[in-house]
Each structure stands twice: as C-alpha cells, then as structure tokens.
Design a protein around this ligand. Structure first.
Ligand code: ZN
Length: 417
C-alpha cells in the first residue's frame, strides 16, 4: 500500500511487447496491490483498496507493507545467467586490460576453459552454495525469476552435477529458477579439433540424461566463431526437439550468423545479437523469438559497440534485457545496471528498458502467463525501489536502490534474501 508509482506492465495485447508498446509500462499512481497465497489478487488505487468490502472486513488478517510513496514494479526476470562457477577470472581481467582480446585469452588457455577445471573439481554442495549466493544477490537487486545455465562442466558427470546444484539452490530460494542445459558452451580441451564428436556426446549422452532426470527446461548453444557452427547448433536444436526440450542460443556476439535456419526451431530467445544481418530482421519480427541483449558483456569486455536495439525495436522484433552473469565477460547480477547500459549505450528509453527487463524477459522464458507483470492471477513477484520516479532506476547507476523483493508472495529484504 501507499505505492507512489505502481508499474503494472499489464498486457495491452497478446504476445511480447514490440515497437511502441514496449514503452507502455502501465503506471497507476498512489496504488495498492493485494496478494494472497503467493498470487496477486487485485491491483488498483489506494482509494479503491480502502473502500473494498473484503479488505475492510479482513484488514487485521492482512500483512500490510507501507511503501511510503516509493516505486513498485514486477520483479525483474533475468533470462540469461551462468551462475555455476567457482572463482572469478582475475587473470583474464588483467590480461584484457593490458590489450588481449577475448579470443586471444581463450587461445592462451584462459577464458571459459579456466572455469572448467574449477567446476569439474568442485563438489555438488560447493557449487550449490555458489549458485545460492548468486540467487540471493540477484534478489537483492530486484530480480525474482532467473534463468540459470550449466556449461562449465562440459562432461556428462560435471554437467549433471551443475544442473543438480542449480536444482538444489533453487529449492532454498523463494524466487523462481528456470534451468538450462548448456553442454555446448565450448569445445572442452580434450575434444580440441573434434567438435563434431563433442556435439555427438552432447546430443546422444548428455541430453538424454538431462531429459530423463528433468534437470532442464531449455537447451542452449554458443553459436559463434571459435565455438559451435550454425550447422552444429541446428543439430543440437533437432536433438532437443526429440527430447521435448525447448531451445535458445547465444548468437552474433563475435561474428554474424544467419538466423533463418535456427528460427525454424522456434527458439524462445536468441541472445547477444551484436552482429545480425538486416535481412533477418523481418523473419525475427514475425516470430515469437525474443532478441535478448546483454550489454553487461559489452561493458565488461570494454567494447565501443553495443547491439543496435533501435534497429530491432523499429523492425517489430521483441527485445529483452538480461545480465549474462558469468565470470568471464559479465560478472554482474544487477538488472538495473543492464538497464542503465541499455539506456546510455543502446538508446532505449527507461520505460523500454523496464519492459525488456520484466514482461519481455518472461516471454523469453515462456513464463509470461505467470511472470513479468503485476496483474490479478499472476505470481506475487514484486520489487520495491527506494525512488519516487521509475526513471531513477536506470539513472542512479552503480548503486542499488532495491529495498525489498517479494518472491511468490515471500518477502526478502536486502539483508534477508
Ligand atoms: Zn551467456
């Protein structure tokens, strides 16, 4: 109650937000939200809430949170994270500062491969603790739904261990976790030069084991120069289809890959999208596939260029924002930071950034029925920011103004996630 600005993001039409509708955050001034049993029951003005006969009768039974004129919005949906790793990559950090690029660091045995050893050696409970710490930190920054990928194990045993760690951590956290199998994150050292054999291992051994244990909802692939080809990605998508797992991909971070062959598999989202051919935009706009930008990676890699978000939005493609939390290229858990970068470097408006970080993130995880907006019937996932205007959320970069999150009806303050 006493919400200064309630950003509802309620639906104007079916489907993810596109074009002009991306700016419509559905504000109610001086608002109240009623939640019961982990669900949102009603939203509206304070005046209407105080007049509501049920509420008048039951007011003593209701836990009231006085927001004192602050901003409330749907909890962020971070649709792209890699939380299963053991240590920060500080050597890479310094190497890059002194001039080495991502590919040179990888060629020198750093990069993603230096995270593989750590995960292979770690116990499941050590990984579970790391994932839980990340989830707790995410909720301190306003995130209530998280997609979490495996992908630093790259062997049958270590990929299963990673996904089990995600499952165990998710059980302890009141928010919602969507697990993704990313066995095709990189070709592991022991398969160097034999990527097709590794793809066969991913499709024929890892994926059936993941599907059988119900450890993932999505299959992801890193499709780019130095990782997996478009042909290999299509092969992995086809195998996922056989196991009834939905698909998503990392694409166009370093080099351009044509989208057509992958769109046939109806991926929930295609992520990064720095290098995309203009001719592919109409097909993308026609689809329900969300283009997910992760500007934290551009920032941390020190790139001058960011994805051209305006080109995507004007074409009618659905766009989302995510942190890409990972130790190599984007060690941030802050959705407000990703939004700030989207505003300053990608020319998205604060309203567009908020829609991309909430309702369109929910579409990117196929959870829009229950997540991403504040509407009766949806899950009670809310973030309270200690600001009086929503535009302050991306404006005050580098400091955290989230003071409370409510996840499936459970309050978690910054000090007690
Ligand atoms: Zn990623």
């Amino acid at each position: 109650m006493n919400i200064g600005q309630l950003l509802t993001l309620r639906a104007a039409a079916h489907g993810p937000r596109r074009g002009a509708s991306l700016s419509d955050v559905g504000i109610i001034q001086d608002a109240a939200v009623l939640c019961v049993g982990g669900k949102i029951v009603s939203i509206g003005s304070m005046k209407d809430a105080l007049r509501d006969p049920w509420l008048r009768k039951n007011r003593k039974k209701v836990v009231e949170i006085d927001c004192r004129g602050r901003v409330i919005l749907p909890g962020f949906v971070d649709s792209h994270t890699h939380p299963v790793f053991t240590h920060p990559r500080l050597v890479d950090f310094e190497k890059r500062i002194s001039g080495a690029n991502y590919e040179e660091i990888a060629a020198a045995g750093g990069g993603i491969r230096s995270s593989i050893d750590g995960v292979r050696k770690a116990s499941k409970s050590a990984l579970t603790q790391k994932v839980f710490a990340a989830l707790a930190d995410l909720s301190r920054h306003g995130t209530t739904t998280v997609e979490a990928k495996s992908g630093y194990g790259l062997s049958l045993e270590s990929e299963l261990k990673s996904l089990e760690a995600i499952r165990a951590a998710a059980r302890e956290w009141p928010g919602t976790v969507v697990p993704t199998f990313l066995g095709a994150h990189a070709v592991p050292p022991e398969y160097r030069g034999r990527s097709q054999e590794y793809v066969d291992l991913v499709c024929n051994e890892m994926m059936p084991a993941v599907a059988k244990r119900k450890l993932a909802q999505f299959v992801d692939v890193f499709c780019d120069r130095g990782a997996f080809s478009a042909g290999e990605a299509a092969h992995i998508f086809a195998a996922a289809e056989k196991h009834k797992l939905a698909v998503r991909a990392h694409i166009g971070q370093i080099s351009e890959t044509r989208l057509g062959p992958l769109l046939q598999y109806q991926p929930a989202s295609l992520d990064h999208m720095d290098h995309v051919n203009d001719a592919d935009l109409p097909a993308l706009a026609q689809s329900d596939t969300v283009a997910t930008f992760v500007p934290g990676a551009n920032y941390f890699l020190g790139l001058a260029k960011y994805p051209n978000a305006r080109r995507f939005i004007e074409s009618g493609a659905a766009v989302a924002l995510a942190t890409d939390y990972n130790p190599g290229s984007s060690p941030t858990l802050s959705m407000p930071m990703a939004m700030s970068l989207a505003c300053t470097h990608m020319k998205m408006s604060p309203a567009e950034a908020i829609a991309a970080a909430t309702i369109n993130g929910a579409w990117a995880l196929r959870l829009a029925e229950s997540k991403g907006s504040v509407e009766a019937g949806k899950d009670a996932d809310l973030a309270v920011f200690d600001v009086s205007d929503y535009r302050e959320i991306p404006y005050w970069f580098g400091t955290n103004h989230c003071m409370l999150t409510i996840m499936n009806g459970v309050p978690g303050g910054p000090l007690s996630p």
